[in-house]
Design a protein. Structure first.
Length: 187
């Protein structure tokens, strides 16, 4: 096994209501819905993790929400697709806001590029309980981000560039994003 170092990063993202509305494709939310989402945000904050990994070949930010958040979202989705969708967007918003807090350049660039999954990176992630999934090109948690750290490029360094509609000039077809996980479960 290759060696790696890890540094736990403190992150407490500020709730970006405008980003949430954008992910939901909504113009407004009612007070009760917003209260429920704000409660979920506060409940999930302790379940948000961020680490800086350094392998011999690179430095990365790994950020994720515990899998019990994914379970909660999936359970709510089974009861109400509308509410489940809102919780999923909230989890995505939390991850994006956390990335923006740690790497403000990502917000300006509009994307956190995916790194090439080297053997050293895969081993470091596995040692942290975050197995890399080849099929989805992501870490195991549905709500997660893995990107080079510090920021040093967007689409130009992204491992997924060939597959990304945004990077290939199809931005009119590219409405939103999914962070990690199995796209079949999120349809």
């Amino acid at each position: 096994m290759n060696s790696y170092t890890k540094e736990t990063l403190q992150v407490r993202p500020i709730f970006d209501f405008e980003l949430l509305l954008s992910l939901l494709s909504e113009k407004r939310l009612g007070g009760k819905v917003l209260e429920e989402l704000a409660d979920a945000w506060e409940r999930w904050l302790p379940k948000l993790h961020a680490i800086k990994l350094e392998t011999g070949k690179g430095r990365y930010l790994a950020l994720w929400l515990d899998q019990d958040v994914e379970k909660e979202v999936d359970e709510e989705w089974a009861k109400s697709a509308e509410y489940g969708f809102r919780l999923s967007a909230l989890a995505q918003t939390m991850c994006q806001c956390a990335v923006y807090q740690l790497m403000p350049e990502v917000e300006d660039a509009g994307c956190a590029p995916a790194p090439q999954p080297t053997a050293a990176l895969r081993e470091a992630l596995a040692a942290e309980g975050l197995d890399y999934q080849d099929v989805t090109h992501s870490m195991l948690p549905k709500f997660s981000v893995l990107t080079p750290f510090p920021f040093h490029g967007a689409c130009d360094i992204c491992y997924l560039r060939k597959e990304c509609p945004k990077a290939n000039g199809q931005s009119s077809e590219f409405r939103s994003f999914e962070i990690g996980g199995d796209p079949q479960q999120q349809a």
